[in-house]
Write a protein that binds this ligand. Structure first.
Ligand code: FAD
Ligand code: SF4
Length: 590
């Protein structure tokens, strides 16, 4: 039984144990008491962090984490064993923070849930046509579709809805899923091995003091912890440092993807068409391009991806996207339509040579937090799922007799024997070839694909994205047109459509290592590029009326959790940490 008390759902128990149940619970089989919120807050203030024990804790409810959870439970059912698997998700529900293209290659899904059609998986739009275009400022011409972008047999989907469906499958198998809780801290045992995570305290004010809503975080302890945080995972970054997981690997490289969903004129709808472009509006020294997917129901998913190794600090990925939609080749699709959703998310592009060591004592990394996206395909969902499934298999085989601090090393070995490894190996030289511009990149991609068949006797290297900016005076200014409010829009009205919401009275989740850097370094050298690369208008340089006294204003409540600032800030001074669970975008079907 549960009773609502102001902000909590509370049930009191004999042992005074605390349990999570999507909300904060105090469980009691025997009786339920109504607890005054005052009493609860007093208890919250004095209580130690409570702990719950599981076999496996998974951080992140995207395709990789959910696939790991499902596979673990499937294996347990096949061998007639009971295992406890818990998954936490920082979004208000599974799918709320998921943003993707998305064309799904169903290979991993076929392996994981072969009867997905009968189970009603939301794969409603098979790809029927592929188009790859080059845009000039006023014209366009069709390019041959690279083999990696042939989408025959794939489906245009909403990855958010697909993740929701995976979440239902996982829950049906007995996975405990707790949305609305962010893993804020990794827990280590006495030997230094990972032994779980802790959720953040709730109800801490901007000033760092407890508010009336204070509630202590919770420890979720496990024999194994799987980190499935997606691209640029916040806790994963701390694991990289702690266990030297990136030693001897190339730096990870990234792109920002900005996306809108449009309801379009039914007469213009071509369900199943997957359309991509390179060229205008980006200059040829910047990696990027568009995607435009026609879904069933007269909807179009349109987005723009810009490699975060761009060098011009005046560039604004958001404005490039808005400009792209005005091109004559696509403008007509949107005319008479209505934009219904907006969002942004970073994606990783380092590929094979940037994959870190995947395991450490007590756990492992799966999906895009490790970096399994196949860049030429612009697909990471099937690889994220495969890595989650493989990690689950490696963990399950030794779970019964597992000692604390076990490192699931066979996960990496199994992955190296799987199709995922050879798939990423074959395309490893394509993305770094674009570091020298579009044309050299295209020629390199053609030679690597058709002549060497992905087996060139060399591997091209990557550089970190935050070191690539020229200074503002060295780079040409870009004059972006004003949004027309019909096809192109400003940041504020866009963020509104992302449903983003954060508790305002909480410590900043966009933290600065040194508060002088934004003005003395970033503004002075690069004209404060965070004003332009942030797709949500979080960073603003504000001044007095006479233009003096510039300061960086951080509108953290607008943050859509894309992680671009954490990646691109030239001195790595911005550190994204998890805000209170449930905060952030509320994407309906991105
Ligand atoms: C613009 C764009 C277009 C793309 N197009 C395609 C495409 O067409 N096809 C394709 O296959 N792939 C595409 N991708 C890539 C694909 O979306 C990713 O590869 C895939 O989502 C990775 O899955 P994941 O589970 O690793 O991470 P995610 O899908 O990012 O999921 C991670 C989850 O973990 C949660 N989380 C993170 N940190 C915490 C924490 N500390 N505590 C609790 N929860 C946490 C997040 O809220 C999120 O729900 C695209 C990506 C982008 C950005
Ligand atoms: S503040 Fe950072 S993470 Fe948030 S939307 Fe802006 S760039 Fe993305």
């Amino acid at each position: 039984m549960q009773v609502s008390v102001d902000f909590l759902t509370v049930t009191l128990c004999e042992k005074d144990n605390y349990r999570y149940g999507g909300r904060y619970h105090i469980t009691n089989a025997a009786e339920t008491k109504k607890v005054a919120s005052d009493d609860l807050q007093t208890m919250g203030a004095i209580m130690e962090r409570e702990a719950m024990e599981f076999d496996v804790v998974i951080v992140g409810g995207g395709p990789s984490g959910l696939s790991a959870a499902i596979r673990l439970k499937q294996l347990a059912a096949e061998s007639g064993r009971e295992i406890e698997v818990c998954l936490i998700e920082k979004g208000s529900e599974v799918g709320a923070h998921i943003l993707s293209g998305a064309v799904l290659e169903p290979r991993s899904l076929n392996e994981l849930i072969p009867d997905w059609k009968e189970r009603g998986a939301p794969l409603d739009t098979p790809v029927t046509a592929d188009k790859f275009m080059f845009l000039t400022e006023t014209g366009s011409f069709r390019l041959p579709t690279p083999p990696q972008m042939n989408n025959h047999g794939n489906y245009i989907i909403s990855l958010g809805n697909f993740s929701r469906w995976l979440g239902e499958q996982a829950e049906a198998l007995g996975v405990e899923i707790y949305p609305g809780f962010a893993a804020a801290e990794v827990l280590y045992d006495d030997s230094g091995a990972v032994c779980g995570i802790a959720t953040g305290d709730m109800g801490i004010g901007k000033d760092g003091e407890q508010t009336d809503m204070y509630m202590r975080g919770m420890e979720l302890r496990a024999k194994q912890t799987i980190f499935a945080e997606g691209c640029r995972g916040h806790l994963t970054k701390t694991l990289f440092d702690r266990f030297d997981l990136r030693e001897g690997k190339d730096p990870q490289t990234y792109a920002i993807g900005i996306k809108e969903l449009w309801d379009i004129d039914p007469e213009k709808s071509k369900p199943g068409t997957a359309w991509h472009s390179v060229g205008w509006p980006l200059s040829t020294d910047t990696y990027g391009g568009s995607f435009l997917y026609h879904l069933n129901g007269n909807q179009v998913a349109v987005g723009y991806v810009v490699g975060l190794d761009y060098s011009n600090p005046h560039l604004s990925p958001f404005e490039e996207f808005q400009r792209f939609k005005t091109h004559p080749a696509v403008r007509g699709v949107f005319e008479g339509g209505r934009r219904v959703a907006y969002g942004a998310r970073a994606l990783n592009e380092g590929g094979f040579q940037s994959i870190p060591k995947l395991t450490f004592p007590g756990g492992c990394l799966v999906g895009c937090t490790a970096g399994f996206l196949n860049v030429p395909k612009i697909k990471g969902t099937h690889t994220a799922m495969k890595s989650g499934m493989t990690a689950a298999e490696a963990i399950f085989e030794s779970l019964e007799a597992m000692q604390p601090g076990h490192e699931p090393a066979s996960y990496a070995e199994r992955l190296q024997d799987s199709w995922l490894w050879s798939e990423l190996y074959k395309v490893r030289n394509i993305r770094p070839g674009f570091a020298k511009g579009l044309w050299r990149g295209m020629i390199n991609a053609a030679i690597d694909t058709y002549l060497f068949m992905g087996r060139a006797p060399w591997t091209m290297r990557h550089h970190a994205d935050h070191i690539t900016l020229k200074t503002a005076s060295e780079a040409p200014k870009i004059d972006y047109p004003k949004p027309d409010g019909v096809i192109s829009f400003d940041r504020n009205s866009s963020v509104y459509l992302s449903g983003t919401n954060h508790e305002e009275n909480q410590p900043a989740h966009l933290t600065l290592k040194d508060s002088s850097v934004p003005i003395e370094h970033n503004l002075a050298l690069y004209d404060a590029p965070e004003q332009r690369y942030c797709p949500a208008g979080v960073y603003e340089i504000v001044r007095e009326e006479d233009g003096s006294n510039p300061r960086l204003q951080i509108n953290a409540q607008n943050c859509v959790h894309c992680k671009t600032c954490d990646i691109k800030d030239p001195s790595q001074n911005i550190v994204w940490v998890t805000p209170e669970g449930g905060g952030g975008p509320n994407y309906p079907n991105m």
